[in-house]
Design a protein around this ligand. Structure first.
Ligand code: DLL
Length: 448
């Protein structure tokens, strides 16, 4: 552990001074954490079995009764839950509580098909606010901070999730939601926000508008950003930190499990602490469903441990990542998720090479003369998939330079990612700007 390690006494001091830091929960020895997880897992299985017909049937079919799970390893005998289960039981079929016992509903951002509805009891909302406050504290936010919240308010969990977390932390929230970018910038400058909550892509759209207005966001009071809701590369992190003059922290979550705050980086920026007192994390090979060794990439599978309204057993997130249980310099003992590379649904297979859009992003961001806005257009040429990368020239770049830019990008994507692509250089503003989650792929392949 490095010199920056927070000692137990310092952690206690932090708590005593009123900061939102749960030293007991966050630095619990891993054996104690496992014991707590097991106790909560048993309760979750009981809740799911007794109150959700689908879970009861799946467990019965697998020949597993809740009390047959006698160790955390026995979790492997429990069947998976999929996003399609929520769709198939729309709207309330997966709930373990009657609707009259729920305090709030949200919906997940499905781009295809029916939305999935998720619900919370008052206790669920309370736990969510605690975990989001815990995440914000880990990111460096403190009571008394002004927190500018540009996550969309409404059915999306980002807005209200960050809002109640910020209030729980003791901060002052500016509940702006997404859009009206010029106004956002004026509010950031005028109200002295120290913390920004937004998607990484919308943050860059704000940075761009600020520059057009002649406003230097690096001179604002912003020091910390909590960015998530979509995959983003470390190149994107550097770009954001540079252009806004803040520390960019990665926050992860999904509505089916809770919303933002399932995992969050601490100020060490060395992976997102998955809050293991509330969730059980597994990383599995998506094909064989066998756990991958720690440090190897696989699909993140999450079981909720405290959710009342919507207990989830081994939910297949489709998110691809790696985890580590190695100690973190901050002193927290909860495992770390090492950045979400992408969703298995977004995996492109280009002439046999597996590629996530974020790998291409990592090459694009920071290359000379192009802006950090891009889209990948995927087409089928005969039997083969083909990708055209649309990038945008920076303001003021002469169009005579476009062919050279295109060659440079294609060359670097080929040598660093291993795929052959066409590159099209667009004029400023031609790539659509995001106000929430960015659309990175335009898939023009015929639907099977
Ligand atoms: O995006 C919740 C959220 C809001 C997280 C604000 C963070 C900040 P959904 O709309 O249900 O919920 O989408 C969840 O978004 O399965 C991932 O594929 C992706 N995602 C979320 N956070 C990250 C992240 C919210 N930090 C889906 N990195 C997830 C990469 C992320 N992908």
């Amino acid at each position: 552990m490095g010199a920056t390690t927070m000692t137990q006494t310092e952690i206690m001091k932090n708590t005593a001074s009123g900061h939102y830091f749960d030293a007991h929960a966050e630095t619990m020895p891993r054996e104690a954490l496992a014991a707590l997880q097991f106790e909560r897992l048993r309760k979750t299985l009981r809740n799911a079995y007794d109150n959700v017909a689908l879970h009861r049937k799946r467990l019965d079919d697998a020949g597993v009764a809740p009390e047959d799970v006698r160790t955390l390893d026995d979790l492997r005998r429990v069947p998976f839950t999929f996003k399609t289960d929520l769709r198939d039981h729309y709207p309330y079929g997966m709930f373990a509580r009657p609707v009259s016992g729920l305090a709030r509903l949200h919906a997940s951002s499905g781009t295809t098909g029916k939305a999935t509805i998720v619900g919370y009891t008052k206790t669920d909302l309370d736990n969510w606010a605690d975990l989001m406050a815990r995440s914000m504290h880990a990111a460096g936010a403190r009571a008394g901070d002004v927190i500018h919240n540009a996550y969309g308010y409404g059915l999306f969990t980002g807005g209200l999730g960050a809002h109640y977390g910020a209030e729980r932390l003791g901060a002052t929230v500016v509940p702006v939601s997404g859009g009206s970018t010029e106004r956002q910038i004026a509010l950031i400058m005028d109200l002295g926000a120290r913390v920004l909550c937004a998607t990484p892509s919308y943050t860059l759209a704000m940075a761009e508008v600020a520059e057009q207005l002649g406003v230097d966001l690096r001179r604002s009071a912003l020091k910390i950003g909590l960015f998530g809701a979509e995959p983003w590369s470390s190149a994107m992190r550097c770009e954001i930190e540079e252009r806004l003059g803040l520390k960019a922290i990665d926050v992860y979550g999904l509505s089916e499990i809770m919303g933002p705050g399932v995992a969050c980086e601490c100020t060490a920026q060395a992976g997102l602490h998955g809050w293991e007192d509330h969730f059980l994390f597994e990383v599995l090979d998506p094909e064989t469903q066998v756990p991958v060794p720690e440090g190897n990439a696989g699909e993140l599978v999450i079981t909720t441990l405290t959710k009342q309204a919507l207990p989830m057993l081994r939910y297949r997130t489709r998110d691809i990542t790696k985890i580590t249980t190695a100690p973190c310099e901050c002193g927290r003992t909860h495992l770390r998720i090492l950045r979400i590379t992408g969703r298995s649904d977004d995996l492109l297979i280009i002439r046999g090479v597996n590629v996530y859009p974020s790998q291409i992003e990592a090459v694009l961001v920071g290359r000379p003369m192009i802006a950090p806005h891009y889209q990948l257009v995927v087409e089928r040429h005969g039997a083969l998939d083909h990708v055209t990368i649309e990038v945008e020239a920076q303001v003021g770049v002469d169009s005579k330079a476009f062919p050279a830019i295109a060659r440079d990008v294609a060359h670097h994507v080929k040598s660093l990612v291993g795929i052959t692509t066409d590159v099209m250089v667009r004029l400023t503003g031609e790539i659509p700007r995001s106000q929430g989650k960015a659309v990175r792929v335009r898939d023009l392949r015929p639907k099977e």
